[in-house]
Design a protein around this ligand. Structure first.
Ligand SMILES: [Zn+2]
Ligand SMILES: [Zn+2]
Length: 336
């Protein structure tokens, strides 16, 4: 393997290992050697060709642990150190950025999605997108981003210890939401259609209730009084619409996942409940910090969450397999 092998999605369904030139850091940028990249639902979508707003060829990889090789002298970044990457490159000047919300910058470019990411031996990125790892291992660093999405959603919905929380969808994002809701002291129920995911949830979220979706009835009168906060992490229109029924009077509904088309709900029910509907996108610096703290404190173990591993070369075959079948898989990691 040469100095800058990169795993490239040439076209949807076509994944190859390619030799690329080593990129040159421009002003304010660092040159890094990615150590680990988590594989995310987004990556399976990019590979499969069903991720909107994307051009090919694309190097994926936004859940990253990196070692710094070159850094601007005044950046405070330490050469040779391992960092977590915040993959959301924001413009810094739009209204959202000016209001402290770079996570929903109007011109956001996510590494590994809108521009080339970290499934490669060498990568350049803005120095300000590095987050100190505070002694986390490379595996742990690569888990921070997807968990930060969960931490952000829990922060958005202002979950507290008095809340009964329902998380719909027990994939990695839903599990992250559930973990941080539980850490906030809430009573947490997870539902999913897949029994193996629920078994995993019981192991990863101590004290949570894990229920098959088929056993829940959003239209029952009890359901409508059950949950102060409902999170959707399914990416499924029908599930999102059903979720409105689980929200208690005075409750909050936080949409972490996204679908392409419209969603509909009965406005009279929404109004009657005085429901709060919340969008949650990406994550902010305090969310990254919170996740790093939770991992350091032993609340989240990489040994339990990382269920599958491969290498940059191995991913050429492994990633397409996992794109088809993710049963028993919580988080897969590429060792770079
Ligand atoms: Zn991700
Ligand atoms: Zn912006």
């Amino acid at each position: 393997m040469t100095a800058n092998a990169a795993l490239v999605v040439v076209n949807p369904g076509q994944l190859v290992l390619e030799d690329r030139d080593i990129p040159v850091a421009s002003e304010g940028e660092v040159l890094v050697a990615p150590l680990r990249s988590g594989i995310c639902g987004t990556d399976y979508h990019i590979y499969g060709g069903n991720q909107p707003f994307l051009s090919y060829p694309r190097v994926m990889g936004h859940e990253l642990a990196v070692k710094v090789l070159e850094a601007p002298p005044d950046s405070g970044i330490e050469i040779g150190e391992t960092y977590v990457v915040n993959p959301y490159v924001a413009c810094g000047t739009c209204r959202a950025c000016r209001k402290g919300k770079p996570n929903c910058c109007t011109r956001i470019a996510v590494l590994g999605v809108h521009r080339d990411g970290g499934m490669t031996k060498r990568l350049t990125l803005p120095a300000r997108n590095l987050v100190p790892s505070e002694g986390l291992s490379a595996d742990e660093c690569a888990m921070v981003e997807f968990l930060a999405i969960g931490a952000h959603a829990v922060r958005r919905a202002a979950v507290n210890a008095e809340d009964e929380v329902l998380v719909v969808g027990a994939g990695p994002i839903g599990l992250g939401v559930a973990r941080f809701a539980a850490l906030a002291g809430a009573a947490v129920t997870l539902i999913d259609r897949d029994q193996s995911r629920l078994d995993m949830a019981r192991k990863l979220i101590p004290g949570c209730k894990a229920v098959l979706a088929a056993q829940m009835d959003a239209k029952s009168p009890e359901a409508a009084e059950a949950f102060d906060v409902v999170f959707d992490a399914t990416g499924n229109r029908e599930s999102i619409e059903t979720g409105f029924g689980y929200v208690a009077h005075g409750g909050r509904y936080c949409l972490v996942s996204v679908v392409k088309g419209d969603i509909t709900f009965v406005d009279a029910d929404f109004h009657r409940k005085e429901m709060t509907l919340i969008g949650s996108r990406n994550a902010l610096a305090p969310d990254f910090k919170q996740v790093i703290g939770a991992i350091k404190a032993g609340h989240i173990s990489s040994r339990d969450w990382i269920t599958h591993r491969t290498t940059l070369a191995g991913a050429v075959d492994d990633l397409p397999l996992w794109a088809k079948d993710r049963s028993q898989l919580v988080k897969a990691i590429i060792e770079i």
